[in-house]
Design a protein around this ligand. Structure first.
Ligand code: SF4
Ligand code: SF4
Length: 476
């Protein structure tokens, strides 16, 4: 198996050159040739159907679920809150989001190193929606041959009906997708009522329309073009491959020389390999490539060609697996290693990042106390002859219920808060509280002293917050 990605050399410059001896203008743009994908059943298609049903089910269902009156998953952008399974995250928790993204990236690298583009083939939204659209197309317009015939046929009422029905079904799925996506940002029940009674704001109409059109175009019209020309992962994933990466491959040692023969004829009888050159692997390929040409960047690892070829092998009474998940080493008769330095590297990084996120979430205190010293006046003497300093306390409540905090200050003898010492902060609120503190002059020996503000919740005693600050007095 060749791991080289074939690159066609083009020379756009006019005039003779090494690759263009006649000096003809070279067309850099190639118009898309429509791919008519043949439906196939088989082991890997069943696996994809399961993953597709699970993922679509989660996507369309979770937006409707609530927990204790709160949406299960909800990005509340105006309030700058993210509700996830009963927990609320705020911009302060951005580090967690960054950690999650890093975990996803390392997870993808780790899986790609081991099994190639399984993400693309089974779980990528582009693949999932394209397969749903192809399924609808097959139900309405019929099999691959019927679709090709329909496209070539002159206009007729039947053609108009089938095409209209297909596009209407695609648009409905796309609309449901767009509504659901926006429903993760705008409570779905309100969204649907507001949209259809024309009470939603303009952005809601814009984003629902945007995601509807994007889904319709990407899964209905552009399909493999998204993978080939728009997806950056298709371009850089090959650097994660090595001779031990398990990818969908054709076994040329077994298949070549290829050639047609009657059913039941053994390859040795006709001096050929196991490939009967039926072309089924090409007809089922959603990117329109021939896996027998070797590993190509267009291959999304969907394994439809494995299912198609296995069906042929079964009919011919040959062993299955002419196209299979295998490694370059195995095809060359060498042993493959599952664990190797790069899998260890990605695996260790992944384990470290997951552990760090778990520890961060487990030790996360869902409240925060920030103290800002009033920089306008360093200190002043009040009517009792005591020294005063002013602060702004900011208390953020990231729990799901209101919290009543009792405030105190320590660090100097006889230090006290003169302003409010009890404050109720609503769920999700970040409350600012002007606070004045004083001490008798004899309590301070330095001009700049360390003090500690404390805020303890009476609602949830585990919420006890402490933040250091400075108390400034006259120079001694
Ligand atoms: S499906 Fe199998 S037998 Fe048919 S052309 Fe492809 S590799 Fe050869
Ligand atoms: S060659 Fe085509 S059918 Fe086979 S795994 Fe790659 S994308 Fe899928």
């Amino acid at each position: 198996m060749s791991s080289e990605i074939p690159v066609k050399q083009v020379d756009p410059s006019p005039g003779p050159s090494k690759n263009n001896k006649k000096g003809e203008a070279v067309e850099l743009y190639a118009s898309r040739k429509k791919i008519y994908v043949k439906e196939v059943k088989g082991f890997f298609q069943r696996i994809r159907n399961v993953s597709l049903t699970l993922l679509m089910g989660m996507y369309f269902l979770f937006v409707w679920l609530t927990l204790d009156g709160q949406p299960l998953i909800h990005f509340d952008l105006p309030a700058r809150e993210f509700h996830l399974y009963g927990a609320t995250f705020y911009p302060k928790d951005f580090i967690l989001l960054s950690g999650m993204l890093i975990i996803c990236a390392y997870g993808l690298f780790f899986i790609t190193t081991l099994f190639g583009r399984v993400w693309c083939g089974y779980t990528c939204p582009q693949t999932v929606w394209t397969f749903i659209f192809m399924w609808v197309e097959e139900r309405i317009e019929g099999s691959r041959n019927k679709r090709m015939k329909l496209d070539k046929s002159p206009s007729s009422s039947e053609k108009l009906f089938k095409k209209s029905a297909k596009h209407a079904a695609w648009l409905l799925i796309a609309l449901a997708t767009g509504l659901t996506f926006v429903g993760y940002f705008y409570p779905i029940r309100e969204l649907i009522v507001d949209l259809f009674t024309f009470q939603a704001n303009g952005w809601a109409y814009f984003w629902v329309s945007f995601f509807t059109i994007a889904t319709y175009l990407n899964a209905g019209w552009m399909r493999e073009q998204v993978c080939l020309y728009m997806c950056p992962y298709a371009r850089f994933q090959s650097v994660m491959f090595d001779p031990n990466t398990r990818v969908v491959s054709y076994d040329p040692n077994r298949g070549e020389p290829r050639g047609g023969r009657k059913k039941g004829v053994a390859p040795s009888e006709v001096g050929l390999g196991d490939c009967i050159d039926c072309g089924q692997c090409v007809q089922v390929c959603p990117t329109g490539i021939d896996i027998r040409d070797g590993l190509q960047y267009e291959c999304i690892g969907c394994a439809l060609c494995i299912d198609a070829c296995d069906e042929i092998m079964e009919k011919m009474d040959y062993p299955k697996g002419l196209i299979r998940y295998t490694t370059e080493n195995e095809l060359e008769g060498k042993t493959s290693k599952l664990l190797r330095p790069r899998t260890f590297g990605y695996g260790i990084m992944l384990a470290l990042m997951i552990s760090a996120i778990i520890v961060t979430i487990a030790t996360r205190v869902p409240a925060q106390l920030d103290v800002l010293r009033d920089r306008g006046a360093l200190f002043s003497f009040n009517g009792q002859g005591r020294i005063e300093n002013s602060y702004t306390l900011k208390i953020a409540n990231m729990t799901e219920v209101p919290q009543t905090f009792t405030l105190s200050v320590a660090g100097l003898e006889d230090i006290q808060i003169l302003t409010e010492t009890e404050v109720t902060v609503a769920s999700g609120e970040n409350r600012s509280l002007p606070t004045v503190v004083d001490v008798p002059p004899e309590s301070i020996n330095e001009s700049n002293n360390e003090i500690v503000f404390q805020a303890t919740s009476g609602t949830d005693t585990s919420l006890s917050l402490e933040t250091e600050s400075r108390f400034v007095g006259p120079t001694r």
